[in-house]
Design a protein. Sequence first.
Length: 223
Amino acid sequence: MNGQQHIAVAIDGPAASGKSTVAKKLAKLLGLNMVNTGAMYRAVVWGALQKNVSPNDPAAVVAMLSDFDFECKINQGSSEVWVDGQLLESELRSDAVNANVSAIAAIVEVRELLVAKQRGLLQYGSVIMEGRDIGSVVFPDTPYKLYIDASEEVRAARRAADGEVDAVGKRDAQDSKRKVSPLIVADGATVIDSSEMTLEEVIEAAVAALTAQGLDQSFLDRN
Ligand SMILES: Nc1ncnc2c1ncn2[C@@H]1O[C@H](COP(=O)(O)OP(=O)(O)O)[C@@H](O)[C@H]1O
Ligand SMILES: Nc1ccn([C@H]2C[C@H](O)[C@@H](COP(=O)(O)OP(=O)(O)O)O2)c(=O)n1
């Protein structure tokens, strides 16, 4: 499938639908490395803002990439992003990053750089990777694909409950309408609408979907 024996589980969906929370739980349950690709796009925004490069100026962003000190590593089963030697965590969830990340994610050169890094992470082990284009672009051939959805109202409420200022509807519109790698339900993905479901119910539905997609019982037997 990937030219290697490691498997990739793809999780896509709109902002605040529950992708990272579900991916983290499934990663533990199935013994996979968890990769948050949104953090990578956020790290490019953070780097641009630090360097006074406008995320809305594609030429300036592309020029910045030529010597951008960016690393994505797996540490204890989860992805980490480093820019200029600094591990980025809460910095990635700032209101300024939220407001500018869709603009950066629409730049084709940014996507090419990050997609190559995402595919490269498979060499360290099987992954569960969440984002917007994982099942459609990053690992289109994987049979294991989920699309986690929720109504816009529910998603806005979840984000607000986390204390973030984030125009999820606006970001979704930008992410779904862009020309390059728009957010779509990938071929073969199982859609789970989590609006009315508890996290436990979503996990149960996800495991059932992955089993139906042929996930090896050995992954399910691990825990
Ligand atoms: N099924 C669910 N029911 C209630 N809250 C949820 C559910 N799934 C996720 N959440 C909460 O919603 C918020 C956004 O989830 P998150 O996993 O960060 O979404 P995403 O990665 O899609 O942006 C988090 O606070 C998370 O705990
Ligand atoms: N694979 C990906 C992941 C994220 N993006 C872009 C589009 C999203 O609005 C931003 C931020 O993604 P992130 O998953 O962190 O966003 P949420 O936590 O779901 O709100 O990055 C993308 O274009 N492709």
